[in-house]
Design a protein around this ligand. Structure first.
Ligand SMILES: *[C@@H]1O[C@H](CO)[C@@H](O)[C@H](O)[C@H]1NC(C)=O
Ligand SMILES: *[C@@H]1O[C@H](CO)[C@@H](O)[C@H](O)[C@H]1NC(C)=O
Ligand SMILES: *[C@@H]1O[C@H](CO)[C@@H](O)[C@H](O)[C@H]1NC(C)=O
Ligand SMILES: *[C@@H]1O[C@H](CO)[C@@H](O)[C@H](O)[C@H]1NC(C)=O
Ligand SMILES: *[C@@H]1O[C@H](CO)[C@@H](O)[C@H](O)[C@H]1NC(C)=O
Ligand SMILES: *[C@@H]1O[C@H](CO)[C@@H](O)[C@H](O)[C@H]1NC(C)=O
Ligand SMILES: *[C@@H]1O[C@H](CO)[C@@H](O)[C@H](O)[C@H]1NC(C)=O
Ligand SMILES: *[C@@H]1O[C@H](CO)[C@@H](O)[C@H](O)[C@H]1NC(C)=O
Length: 366
């Protein structure tokens, strides 16, 4: 009985222990490189031969998901899940990375805790940015060269920009692409195309990154206008009308100014002619008065009838040299005291008084 048992157990133990040695299973197909748009899923397959015990997925060196042959997959993060496929005696674990982010880019590794080749691949997460040409239509005159700017903003990596006119690609020498670093590791590209249209054409700016199934595009319609001369003419006449109007208006302004000046000058001349005569009269009357004053001063006696210049001017009849009634003139006691006091206290000022009346008189006359 013991012999029989041993003869039965031996092959059982042998078959059971063979896979445990670890030399008989391996990765038959590792993951493949993948390029995806940010936010979408990324999937990787790892196929192992029968006898595997453990399969670990690593993203940039960090374990993200483990599959045990006995228990199935052990998922600890929502973003990393897996699907299992079995074909014959081969097992395939498919890692699914959900809502991919730029930071997921890098090495994706499938480990079976055995030395193995071809067990890694690279994930490239790309960002589909925006693309636009500011003008959707442009009218270009004959022989005129225009620069069309196509802007690609917020891409990862920087997209390849190319141009098409109608259905054919434009030679690279006709445009310049300028790359610049945007925020959050994104890239911007400015492409400037120089064209001298000879006919109406539709220009398309194309931005391509690997993850896009089709390049993103932006278009501009160049409307060729070979009636440039007419347009220029219209613009010219318009602008010349403005100039003519401005000239006419300013001319009218100048004429008005001249008229006003002439009128004013003529009025002044008339007034001056009129006042000249009255001035002559005044001068003559003044001489008489000066004589009176001198007489009075020589007498030395205080003349209460003397009129101060200010009051005299308010009379507005300089031609009349006769003395007005004293009662009305010296009703104000201050005036009286002023007139009577000044000649006494400052007799040397008599000459000033003789000049002052002339000055004040001029002011009231003009
Ligand atoms: C996978 O990507 C890496 C890095 O981008 C590259 O070196 C390698 O050649 C790629 N492998 C295949 C099979 O395309
Ligand atoms: C992984 O393998 C399964 C089964 O063969 C297949 O359906 C799936 O498309 C594969 N996934 C990838 C990313 O190749
Ligand atoms: C890329 O972005 C453009 C503009 O936002 C959009 O129209 C296009 O559908 C996007 N492409 C993909 C593949 O998501
Ligand atoms: C169109 O282009 C002209 C110059 O060619 C520019 O002055 C104008 O601002 C552009 N219009 C828009 C909407 O960008
Ligand atoms: C455009 O250029 C051509 C050749 O240089 C010339 O014959 C034509 O008169 C030009 N047209 C205008 C509108 O300037
Ligand atoms: C481009 O297409 C427009 C109509 O879509 C046509 O009028 C024009 O002649 C074409 N231009 C060229 C250069 O083929
Ligand atoms: C531009 O993109 C639209 C879809 O967004 C597509 O239908 C069209 O064919 C593209 N044009 C070119 C010239 O690739
Ligand atoms: C403008 O071009 C059209 C054809 O594109 C032609 O028939 C027409 O005579 C041209 N006009 C002038 C003023 O050159």
């Amino acid at each position: 009985m013991e012999r029989l048992q041993k003869s039965i157990l031996l092959p059982l133990i042998l078959t059971a222990s063979l896979p445990g040695l670890g030399f008989c299973y391996s990765i038959t197909k590792g993951p493949d490189n993948a390029t995806v748009l940010a936010g979408s899923q990324a999937r990787f397959n790892c196929t192992v031969s029968a006898g595997w015990k453990i399969l670990i997925w690593l993203s940039n060196g960090n374990p993200v998901l483990t599959v045990l042959s006995s228990q199935g997959s052990v998922e600890t993060t929502e973003r990393f899940t897996s699907q299992n496929y079995t074909s014959g005696d081969e097992f395939t674990s498919e890692l699914i990375i959900h809502n991919t982010q730029l930071s997921d880019s890098g090495k994706i590794e499938c480990s079976i805790q055995q030395p193995s080749e071809n067990n890694f691949a690279f994930l490239s997460v790309q960002v589909n940015g925006s693309l636009f040409i500011k003008n959707s239509t442009l009218t270009v005159h004959e022989n005129k060269t225009v620069e069309i700017v196509c802007e690609a903003l917020g891409w990862a990596p920087a997209p390849d920009i190319s141009w098409m006119t109608n259905d054919s690609f434009i030679d690279k020498s006709r445009y310049v692409n300028q790359q610049s670093q945007g925020s959050n590791g994104l890239h911007n590209v400015l492409s400037i195309l120089t064209v001298t249209p000879t006919a109406t054409e539709v220009l398309t700016c194309l931005a391509d990154i690997e993850a896009l199934p089709e390049p993103q595009n932006a278009t501009v319609t160049l409307i060729f206008d070979n009636s440039t001369a007419e347009n220029d003419y219209i613009e010219d006449t318009r602008s010349s009308w403005v100039i003519v109007l401005a000239v006419v208006l300013s001319f009218l302004g100048v004429v008005l100014l001249i008229i006003v000046i002439v009128v004013v000058v003529r009025c002044c001349l008339k007034r001056r002619a009129a006042t000249y005569q009255s001035e002559i009269r005044k001068v003559s009357s003044e001489k008489k008065k000066d004589g009176n004053l001198e007489n009075r001063q020589r007498n030395g006696s205080e003349n209460l009838g003397y009129l101060p210049e200010e009051l005299w001017n308010t009379e507005q009849s300089p031609g009349i040299a006769s003395l007005p009634p004293m009662s009305s003139k010296f009703s104000d006691p201050e005036d009286y005291s002023y007139i009577s006091a000044v000649p006494k206290v400052q007799p040397q000022r008599h000459s000033d008084y003789q000049i002052r009346p002339k000055k004040i008189r001029n002011v009231t006359l003009v």
